[in-house]
Ligand binder design. Sequence first.
Ligand code: ADP
Length: 590
Amino acid sequence: MTRIKLVWRLFPAFILIAVICLVAATWYTTSSWRQFYLAETAVDLENRARLTEIYLQDVRPTPDALQVNEICQKLGKITSTRLTVILASGTVAGDSQEDPKRMDNHADRPEFRQAMAGRVGVSTRFSFTLGHDMMYVAVPWRQKDQPVGVVRASLPMKAIAGAIRALYLKVALGGLLVAFLVAVLGFFIARRISGPLHNLQRGALRFARGDLDRTLPIPHTAELASLAEALNYMAEQLQNKIESLTRQGQEQQAILSSMTEGVLALDAEGRLLTINSAGAAMLHLDAATAHNLPIQEVIQDTGLKWFINRTLSSPAPIEDEVEIKDNGRRIFKAHGTSLRDAQGTSLGTLIVLHDITQLRQLENTRRDFVANVSHELKTPITSIKGFVETLLAGALKEPDNAENFLKIIAKQTDRLNEIIDDLLTLARIEQDAERRQIFFNGHKIKGVLQSAIQVCETKAAVKEIDIQLTCPEDLRAMINPPLLEQALVNLVDNAVKFSEPGRVVQVEAQREGPQVIIRVRDQGPGIPPEHLPRIFERFYRVDAGRSRKIGGSGLGLAIVKHIALAHGGRVTVTSSPGKETVFSLQVPAD
Ligand code: ADP
């Protein structure tokens, strides 16, 4: 449907009303005026007829009285009127424009009969004598109070019609002028009405586009003013609603993005509605691209897919462990609940993923640790038990063997002691670090390194290993000296232990940026690369048999690692088997 502008609806209505008014006014005016004009003309003709009658007072009313015709012609000329004198018999005695002898009897004319009855006769009709419409006014011709005939004055209707037409023309021209003025005025009035409406329309469109800050100006017209106020009120309400919704959305977003759990909301068809940043990171998804896509297309892992399928089809909450294999193995505790609105209608599913990989690793480590400790303790205990039983079985009576066996028992006991000491040390360091009971001060490093080397010197001397120290005199670090010394003893002891006799062990310390790095370098057999990542684990040994033989609990490097961590530093290792092995201990510089 084509839409017409309000101005074009109002304007023709204005014009129509104006034209109707004009036509009505013109018709009324002209018809009144016509009546008035005809009445005036009739009065005029009556007066002329009466004047003519005065001239006929002394004239004999006979058909051959020439005087009558003369008077008619003279007065008719002066008054520009056709004057006719008709005798009581109807015979025309005189006429200002025709020969009375040629005129027929007028006794049947209505104006004649009225005048003969003593009234003023008026008639408008076609004149057969002159061949056009005429207005006739007839008055009685009296002599000695006796009617002797009729004096009739007449005018052609053409003249009257001409005068009326001239009037019509003027009225029509005036009407046209008025119509034009009404049209122009109407146009401006229509514009004045539609203008503010147009402004309101533009304002409403602006509101619809979301620009709710600017209020609409209030027009002067009461109805439009109420409309504008209503629109402004609506915009304000909308603004408040939008603000509160945005705030709610932001709050929800903030909560979701600060959660460490992955949260996924799916609709009933399994399309992804929302995913928080933790969820996107866990599943390696881009939240924006994955939005609204079927979840089964977005994720690859079959275990998770299966869990989601189960959740989508189950009305009850589901909980399970899901294992995802990508760049290693990750384990998630997954919860699936159906999403419901306030009325309880199901909208889809909510899935929460909690990464428990580390927890599982810790559990595994603890399990392994218990197994390792038991295994480590079991070996010397089995050995001790065996020798004690042998002694009890009679070997005690063989002094040579007995002494030998007791020596082995003593050695195994030392080993047990060593393992337990190291375990206790490790536990203490971990506990103290957790409780922040280890205190660090700015200290010169060199003294600590010298003490550590001194501890290992006896062992080194036996193997003729030279321990060399390179450390600036004033190099300082934030350390706990006894702990750092213990870590260094472990590193230097290992270096000496695993080096061939006669080699050199170097201990170097230097500042690198905000750190002090202490390196222990040896020329021993080194550590094959596949063992390097696990070398700092408790009880981890490259060659368990050899390691036990040359003494060691398998906890030395684990202690070093925990001491480094307690200092806020770390320990790393590089090794080229057969060439050299370098352990680097980093601690914060002072
Ligand atoms: P252990 O008490 O058995 O020496 P550590 O924790 O100190 O235990 O060391 C773990 C393992 O790392 C050792 O068994 C050994 O295989 C290897 N290792 C440590 N330091 C060295 C080194 N300097 N050269 C070669 N292997 C080493």
